[in-house]
Design a protein around this ligand. Structure first.
Ligand code: GDG
Length: 506
């Protein structure tokens, strides 16, 4: 095999945000977030590229040369090429809002009652995956490594093969993979499973997700043998071999810990505290999504106030909800339910100088978010199901005073790594979560410190760079010479590492 030249990342959205200002002019801003932070340097150093949807329809631009100019400016700023996949409004509706978010998202999050198995979505999902494959074919060559992300793009490797294009491909699923009894309800279960088996490497968030996937393969496909144990195992057919690993995603620990220690953030955290004095602050931060369990969390909080009167006047829940998938009716109903519950709790319990729930419905600047992480003594992270949940990790990394308590859902992927330091709860168990709130409130400083130190150590050890390194390491380990420039340096919170550090043998 020839040497791997570049890394091509493929995701539903490009890592940029397009905005039209009040003056009607389009502007481009580089995206933020762990994936961009971690992959940006790799792409820059290797002259890599990112393929994805722009997040806007091209027919909104009268002049496509203007779009090209915007993209080349975006590429200049990020340091790597941005290759847009153009989608029509109808494609976005059926592939993204439809098949991806009305079928795969709820089913894979154990919420099959919310699925809308509309048959018309499938062919558009297939067609759009075909478009992404076409873009990969056009912009990459056989010696590039193609890393595809998430449930919107499961069919890309298969579509590439149908186009007669050979690429070394890896796929990472950011959401959970369901157990057989759930997966089997999917009308396109065989197509989805077979498409996943067309990748060379499959990455899941946790060992449980990988086990669920292998269980489905064993039950639903013929002639596939599972071999090997440990970090990366193998699924072998007569023609080929697919490696399957658990790669828990993480955060840039150094960035959060560093930001939390800046004078600006410390000052902002002091202001938050000064305005909410003489009480413990408990924080919830979530995208507006029914998987995040926000109504159940509010019910648990009011139950805690009912059952433990000493909490009244002594604890405030700060609930930040970030708008998401706004045009969908279900999400609007969820917003209304959250606002009704917040209103009820505050109406019932507010007293002079104390409001039980402070509710923020907007996206905050990263520094403000970190100030809340720093200011709050308890984080209440209770998704009904979550691939990983980065908020749990960001809270701990930002807790530089090491006195916070993390209450964490046992159904978040993060629980596999954080169970030793967090208070684990079943988010459906209202009394159990209420008890955990009381336990966090009364926990002594020594125990809080011991738990938080251990959580911070484990996130530092397995940060986002460790995640990239282990996936890329596994992705090319079949033939190391295919990705030869291992002197490639990635900056980390602990200095500099090469791209293969931390990887495991196949
Ligand atoms: C999917 C999977 C998996 C939140 N509020 C603000 C803000 N955020 C940022 C957080 C965090 C991110 O949003 C949320 O990440 P999560 O992991 O919690 O959840 P999903 O968006 O559902 O992500 C999930 C993840 O993919 C990665 O694989 O962990 O399981 O569902 O980074 O910081 N950022 C800013 N302002 C806010 O108000 N700037």
């Amino acid at each position: 095999m020839s040497e791997t030249r570049r890394l091509a990342v493929v995701s539903n959205r490009l890592p940029i945000v397009l905005n039209r200002g009040d003056d009607e002019k389009w502007r481009i801003t580089p995206g933020s977030g762990g994936l961009v932070t971690a992959l940006g340097p790799v792409l820059r150093d290797r002259g890599g590229l990112w393929i994805g949807w722009l997040g806007a329809n091209s027919d909104e631009f009268q002049d496509t040369s203007f779009l090209d100019e915007l993209l080349s400016r975006g590429a200049e700023e990020s340091g790597y090429a941005l290759k847009p996949v153009d989608l029509s409004a109808e494609e976005v509706r059926k592939y993204y809002f439809g098949f991806s978010n009305e079928i795969l998202w709820p089913l894979f999050h154990d919420l099959s009652g919310r699925c809308n198995f509309e048959p018309g979505y499938w062919e558009v999902y297939e067609a759009v995956n075909g478009k992404f494959a076409q873009a990969v074919a056009e912009h990459t060559s056989e010696d590039d490594y193609v890393w595809v992300h998430d449930y919107q793009l499961i069919l890309v490797a298969e579509k590439l093969k149908q186009l007669g294009i050979r690429r070394n491909t890896g796929f990472f699923l950011h959401i959970p993979f369901p157990p057989l009894d759930l997966f089997i309800r999917l009308p396109w279960r065989f197509q989805i499973l077979n498409a996943l088996l067309q990748y060379d490497l499959l990455g899941f968030q946790t060992v449980r997700d990988r086990r669920n996937f292998i269980g489905c393969v064993r039950a639903l496909t013929k002639g596939v043998k599972a071999c090997g144990h440990g970090h990366v195992s193998r699924l072998v057919t007569l023609e080929r071999e697919v490696r399957v690993g658990a790669f828990p995603i993480s955060i840039d620990y150094g960035e959060f810990a560093g930001l939390a220690s800046t004078p600006g953030v410390a000052e902002r955290a002091r202001t938050i505290r000064a305005n909410l004095p003489n009480r413990r602050l408990m924080l919830g931060v979530d995208r507006l999504d029914y998987t995040k369990g926000i109504p159940d969390r509010l019910k648990a909080f009011v139950t805690a106030l009912d059952r433990y009167p000493e909490l009244r006047g002594a604890i405030t829940l700060v609930q930040i909800v970030v708008p998401s998938r706004e045009s969908i009716r279900e999400y609007d109903l969820l917003k209304q339910e959250i606002e009704r519950l917040v209103g009820e709790i505050n109406g019932q319990y507010t007293d002079v100088g104390w409001t039980p729930v402070i509710y923020i419905f907007r996206s905050l600047h990263r520094a403000d978010l970190v100030a809340y992480y720093r200011a709050c003594e308890i984080a209440l992270v209770t998704p009904l199901k979550d691939g990983m949940n980065l908020v749990a990790k960001e809270y701990c990394a930002s807790n530089t005073r090491e006195n916070g308590v993390l209450i964490l859902s046992e159904f978040a992927g993060a629980a596999a790594q954080m169970h030793h330091g967090a208070l684990l709860v079943n988010p459906y168990d209202v009394y159990g979560v209420a008890r955990a709130i009381h336990d966090a409130f009364t926990m002594d400083l020594e125990e809080r410190r011991t738990r938080m130190k251990s959580l911070r150590r484990s996130i530092l050890r397995q940060d986002i760079f460790h995640w990239v390194n282990s996936f890329l390491g596994a992705g090319i380990a079949r033939d190391l010479s295919s990705f030869p420039r291992m002197e490639l340096f990635i900056p980390t919170s602990r200095g500099v590492r090469t791209a293969l550090d931390g990887s495991s043998p196949p």
